[in-house]
Design a protein around this ligand. Structure first.
Ligand code: SAM
Length: 313
């Protein structure tokens, strides 16, 4: 996959890049030699990827901005179905670059975005500024933090009484079932009666059936050409997707130099598993869809899974 026109040239990014250059540009590593990341544990892996090196994922999120507009149309239809008013307060949990937060704000909702990655939040703020017609978007607010502590952090900022919480594009599962359960339980303390919860993630059943073990794309930043290689493994004993993100820089002699290699793990859920987590956390399960823009019903062959729940009333 090539993403033309992508340029990650914000000052935030450049500073970050040169810091990393000093640290890892020491030896040439041929393509076939794998660098072992010394970090251990899901916390380190997630921090490495999303806090220290979010640039590697940025082109993917940027390329999906158009799709997010269609997602938001679907979300608005769902909100109407569940009686969510237009001025409702929405938490976009793990909001990334704000590709859903900003159009939701444009649609008139009060939006709060929360994410671990300072770079993504910087992009989200830029997007909000670009789209700001001077009125509605002023309501949008972004906060940096770990989603596992979102309830405490947002409460401390006076951000409570959410009417909707959305978690889009596989933003859960990094820390496994117990942590997801704890997080969804704690989030109940932040919400208004009848609050709606929308979780969009991968459907484990279909992912295992149609598994593709690698993916590749190119990107340009700071005037340099890079290749990103993603290598996936599915652990059938615990339903974790184990992934290696490798960033290669194209050198003047056309050789590809491995800059860094980052492992991540993600618990992927079947519908019944996520439903159980949500219900154990104290939410009431309502329904599931496969695609937001068409609101097609969920089947075991759906690539995506959109789970709808509500605070019990
Ligand atoms: C696949 S991206 C999706 C982003 C956004 N929801 C979207 O649809 O564009 C996953 C997001 O989860 C965020 N994330 C990962 N671990 C996190 C954590 N522990 N706390 C908060 N955000 C986290 C990442 O920074 C990233 O923005």
């Amino acid at each position: 996959m090539s993403i033309p026109g992508f340029k990650g040239e914000t000052s935030v990014y450049q500073n970050h890049y040169y810091y990393e250059q000093n640290r890892v540009f020491r030896t040439f590593v041929p393509n076939e030699i794998k660098i072992k990341c010394t970090c251990s544990g899901a916390q380190n892996r997630t921090n490495k990827l999303y806090f220290e090196h979010p640039e590697i994922i940025l082109p993917i999120l940027e390329s999906r901005k158009e799709k997010a507009l269609r997602d938001v149309e679907g979300l608005c239809r769902l909100f109407a179905k569940f009686g969510v008013p237009r001025e409702a307060k929405i938490l976009d949990l793990s909001c990334g670059i704000g590709r859903h937060s900003v159009p939701l704000s444009q649609a008139g909702y009060q939006v709060v975005g929360y994410d671990l990655s300072p770079l993504f939040l910087e992009r989200a703020k830029e997007l909000a500024k670009q789209k700001d017609g001077g009125s509605k978007l002023n309501k949008i607010r972004f906060y940096q933090g770990d989603s596992r502590h979102a309830a405490r952090v947002l409460f401390g900022k006076g951000e409570t009484a959410f009417d909707v919480i959305i978690s889009m594009s596989a933003s859960i599962g990094y820390f496994g079932e117990e942590e997801d359960l704890r997080m969804f339980k704690e989030l109940l303390s932040l919400v208004s009666p009848k609050c709606m919860l929308v979780i969009e993630t991968d459907n484990r059943d279909q992912l295992f059936r149609t598994f593709n073990p690698s993916e590749y794309y190119t990107m340009i930043f700071a005037g340099n050409e890079f290749e990103v290689h993603r290598i996936f493994r599915l652990n059938i004993e615990n339903s974790f997707m184990e992934e290696e993100w490798k960033l290669y820089k194209k050198m003047q002699d056309n050789r590809m130099k491995l800059m860094y290699s980052l492992p991540t793990t993600l618990r992927v859920y079947s519908l019944h598993e996520l439903k159980k987590i949500i219900e154990t956390a104290g939410w009431s399960y309502r329904e599931a869809y496969s695609i937001l823009d068409t609101l097609k019903s969920f089947t075991f062959k759906s690539d995506g899974m959109i789970l709808i729940a509500q605070r019990p009333f």
